[in-house]
Design a binder for this molecule. Structure first.
Ligand SMILES: Cc1ncc(COP(=O)(O)O)c(C=O)c1O
Length: 450
């Protein structure tokens, strides 16, 4: 046996040992092809455009006209064309922003855009290698607890000072802002729709309390862009009209409702120029191909069409219908992470994402039961979410039929009760009854007081 054979044998043995240990912890991730005989409640293709015949035929007409498909290079080496420039301007205008003040930069994925933006800020911190602001100014990052790993990785690479806050405790966040020194500029990092819980920040409320601060906002719209608000811009236009656009950075990953891949980062010109000069993920990566750009361009046109408006309206109604089905069921609602609650710190706007939390030993049984009944759901486990929030992220799609939803609810309840031991069922019933009693007493008290 040669030395190389021996080394590779050692590596394989070590990998096997470690993978076995992941498996023993029931944490092993595996690739499984989607089952075509199942109705999926996992996919982020929110509008169901991936299989939409109208979308396909209209897109094909556009693709027919393209003369060159490829990318030709990285943005600074042949990968930036008149087509790129025109689409960048169109994208900026989609938000009602002006290309003289803002620019839209294209990345090959949302992960690259988030890491690329934040890592480029490295030089603006306080570390020994960075060149601090000439006026003793300093950027401080405020990152929401549930932010996506691509944001977290980017923030880590930036080396800037960071504070973690939670939308559950806005007052705590406002207090932290008050403590900042005049030379510290806060950059608040949020998602517009959190994919692991379905929560949506109330941006208008945030603005009401923060208008007097010089706050920058970085908003990742991966899960709301292409579905929510007029033309699917994915963020409350009221917020856009309140915020100073010079303090706004919007990231739109395109792998979800946009039925594509890649990402567009829209930001004030000075920051865009910084990214073009400093972001390794932008400079040293092949620019998205013309094929992709044509699809993105087509998608922007689709979002301003009557067809989109009709689909969007029907989808929102379906979300309300499904939400009512879940929220009116005592069993299901008791597992829901975010309930339909008017006092919630989040927007009351319905989300297509419903997160159900279970104990770890229930997960596989529930998933198998659903699979036997031709429904695909996927466990969300630690480290993707905190250990006490493991469960299922159930995603509603525009092309789900009402009968699918009814059947899903029925089978899901069946699956849950099959995982409960008789004692637990009894305890759960008692808990539900107490809850019901409490809420009845509250209603009586409220009506007496009013
Ligand atoms: C909020 C958020 N940002 C960024 C990404 C990464 O985007 P991409 O899949 O295009 O790399 C995701 C992916 O799921 C996401 O959920």
């Amino acid at each position: 046996m040669t030395k190389t054979d021996n080394n590779s044998g050692l590596l394989q043995a070590e990998l096997k040992r470690r993978i076995d240990s992941i498996q023993q912890d029931k944490q092993l991730r595996k690739l499984n092809p989607n089952r075509s005989d199942c109705t999926s409640f996992v996919s982020n293709d929110y509008l169901g455009l991936n299989t939409d015949p109208y979308y396909k035929s209209e897109l094909l007409k556009r693709l027919e006209k393209i003369e060159n498909f490829g990318s030709s290079g990285s943005p600074l080496l042949g990968g930036y064309s008149e087509t790129t420039k025109a689409l960048s301007e169109k994208w900026t205008q989609w938000y009602g922003l002006h290309q003289e003040k803002h620019n839209s930069l294209f990345f090959s994925s949302g992960y690259q855009a988030n890491v690329g933006f934040f890592s480029s800020l490295k030089e603006l911190g306080k570390s020994e290698t960075s060149k601090p602001f000439s006026q003793n100014t300093e950027l401080i990052l405020f990152s929401e607890l549930e932010n996506h790993i691509s944001l977290i990785d980017g923030i880590k690479q930036s080396n800037l000072e960071k504070r973690i806050f939670s939308l559950n405790d806005l007052n705590g966040f406002f207090e932290e802002l008050e403590k900042l020194k005049p030379h510290q500029i806060p950059l608040v990092i949020l998602e517009s729709l959190y994919s692991m819980s379905g929560k949506q920040p109330d941006f208008k409320k945030l603005m009401d309390h923060t208008l007097s601060h010089r706050i920058y906002f970085y908003i990742d719209k991966a899960h709301s862009g292409g579905i929510l608000y007029t033309n699917g811009i994915g963020i409350d236009p009221g917020f856009l009209s309140l915020i100073d656009p010079n303090q706004l950075i919007l990231c739109q990953p395109l792998g979800k409702a946009f039925n594509s891949q890649g990402a567009v980062l829209t930001l004030p010109n000075s920051l865009a120029q910084w990214v073009v000069n400093k972001s390794k993920n932008y400079i040293y990566s092949t620019a998205p191909s013309n094929l992709l750009l044509e699809q993105w361009d087509f998608h922007l046109d689709y979002l301003s069409s009557e067809k989109f408006k009709i689909t969007q309206q029907a989808y929102l109604q379906k979300i309300t219908h499904f939400s009512n089905l879940i929220n009116s069921d005592k069993v299901l609602v008791s597992y829901l992470e975010i309930t339909d609650n008017k006092n919630s710190p989040y927007l009351s706007f319905k989300s297509p994402i419903f997160k159900f939390n279970f104990k770890r030993d229930q997960l596989q049984k529930i998933q198998d039961h659903m699979s036997e009944n031709n429904f695909t759901i996927q466990q969300v486990r630690h480290p993707t979410c905190p250990i006490d929030k493991e469960g299922f992220r159930v995603v509603l799609r525009a092309d789900h039929k009402k009968t699918d939803l009814k059947e899903f609810v029925l089978k899901f309840k069946e699956a849950i009760s099959a995982t409960l031991r008789p004692k637990e069922i009894l305890r759960k019933k008692t808990r539900e009854k107490t809850k019901e009693k409490k809420s009845k007493t509250l209603i009586i008290k409220q009506s007496l007081n009013s």
